[in-house]
Design a protein around this ligand. Structure first.
Ligand SMILES: *Cc1c(COP(=O)(O)O)cnc(C)c1O
Length: 408
């Protein structure tokens, strides 16, 4: 456990002693299945009948013509059940929980997307499910709370601290310590203590495995570049891992929020504002002040609004294997509008970050170049946040009218 789980010093498992055995059990369960083709087949089969795997790769013909440069292709993780790549990870961990013989899962969620995915998996596999969510986040994300509850999960409002994601993480760890014999903590991204970064990457690697085969089949060649947005880093690790051994440039796009100079962003690897530290059980680049207190981050996309980042991506940045960029909220809205109008595709606000950088690069590339964007999720499920981000007047009128009906 001491030497495993480090990526050139990033990562590790900085956990309370009481959880060491639980982590060992999880790591062993993961090591058991990791190189077992039977497990991978079971995983693929469940996803092919319950989610939409393999998800297709779509040629963005109109955007290609519009930018008049590289040919643009899109990997369609938005077609997964619950509308994003998160389904891959939760189903994978669910299968592990079954093997470990545990009957209860817990998770923490900020925007609620990972909570909904976890509650869905728990309903399918018959697990008890508890979701921790900051009280402030619960107020902001009512539609996701609604679905978690309908899916049978108990959603516990966290009233400690600032009542947001980081406080929910603390509560989830407290629950795990108290209930580790019966309970598994479903971590939502390629962060946290070992083995989570590696394990979540393993489950998400299905994206890259499929995408590499598909793009070669469609275009007869490897893409020149692959783009993915980076929150915790799981969809990026998922698609990038398919191309690590290829001469393909990999680009991770973080939340530039109101602009890097404003300080209101979540750019850990694409700005100079983050520094290396240990928090939440692992070592990586965090947006923290000189006392190691976490800074407030901002993004129009809730899924990218996080202080830390995958330790594996931190290592790949230092090695120069992945290029990191950021996209501002405004650029994201513009790229999203364009994609909707030109292709009839509705990327999630998170995914649209990857589109921004691809659109900046595409016109400068050759017409023979192929680029691939990971559309990590779909936006239409997030109409409350997206309609706000677009400042849509018709939507505002609708909400006001609805509120009046309730008040009458
Ligand atoms: C949660 C989410 C993300 C961010 O998570 P990663 O672990 O960085 O992939 C990105 N896109 C969508 C659609 C999400 O729901």
């Amino acid at each position: 456990m001491k030497t495993r789980g480090y990526f050139n010093g990033f990562g590790g498992a900085y956990i309370p002693e009481i959880l060491v055995e639980t982590f060992k059990e999880l790591e062993n369960a993961f090591l058991d299945v990791k190189d077992d083709p039977l497990f991978w087949n079971e995983y693929k089969t469940v996803l092919s009948t319950y989610s939409c795997r393999p998800t297709p790769v779509t040629f963005a013909e109109n955007l290609t013509r519009y930018f008049n440069g590289a040919r643009i292709y899109i990997k369609r993780e938005d077609l997964n059940h619950t509308g994003a790549h998160k389904a891959n990870n939760v189903i994978g961990q669910g299968l592990l929980v079954k093997r470990m013989g545990k009957k209860r899962v817990i998770a923490e969620t900020g925007a609620g997307q990972h909570g909904v995915a976890t509650a869905t998996m728990a309903a399918k596999f018959g697990f008890k499910c508890t979701i921790y969510m900051g009280e402030v986040d619960m107020e902001r994300q009512r539609p996701n709370v609604f679905w978690m509850e309908k899916l049978g999960a108990e959603v516990i409002p966290v009233t400690e601290g600032t009542r947001i994601l980081k406080d929910a993480i603390n509560e989830a760890f407290r629950d795990w310590v108290a209930n580790m014999d019966t309970t598994h903590y479903v971590l939502g991204t390629a962060c946290g203590p070992h083995p989570f970064p590696e394990m979540v990457t393993y489950f998400q690697s299905i994206i890259g495995k499929e995408a590499r085969k598909q793009i070669i089949k469609i275009t007869n060649k490897l893409p020149s570049r692959v783009y993915a947005c980076v929150g915790g880093g799981s969809n990026a690790m998922g698609i990038f891992s398919g191309f690590f051994d290829d001469p393909v440039e990999l680009i991770g796009v973080e939340a530039g929020g109101r602009g890097l100079e404003s300080g209101r962003h979540a750019a850990r690897l694409s700005s100079t504002d983050a520094s290396i530290g240990i928090a939440q059980g692992y070592k990586t680049y965090f947006l923290q002040d000189s006392d190691g207190q976490m800074k407030k981050t901002h993004s129009v996309a809730a899924g990218l609004d996080y202080v830390g980042v995958s330790p594996i991506l931190a290592d790949l940045k230092e090695k120069g294997r992945v290029r990191f960029e950021s996209a501002t909220d405004k650029e994201v809205i513009d790229a999203m509008s364009l994609t909707i109008k030109k292709e009839g595709l509705i990327p999630a606000l998170e995914s649209a970050h990857a589109f921004v950088q691809a659109f900046k690069d595409a016109p400068k590339l050759d017409k023979d170049d192929v680029i691939l964007i990971n559309q990590s999720g779909r936006g239409d499920k997030d109409i409350f946040t997206i309609a706000d981000a677009f400042s849509d007047p018709g939507w505002k009128e609708f909400i006001i009218k609805k509120a009046k009906e309730y008040n009458a």
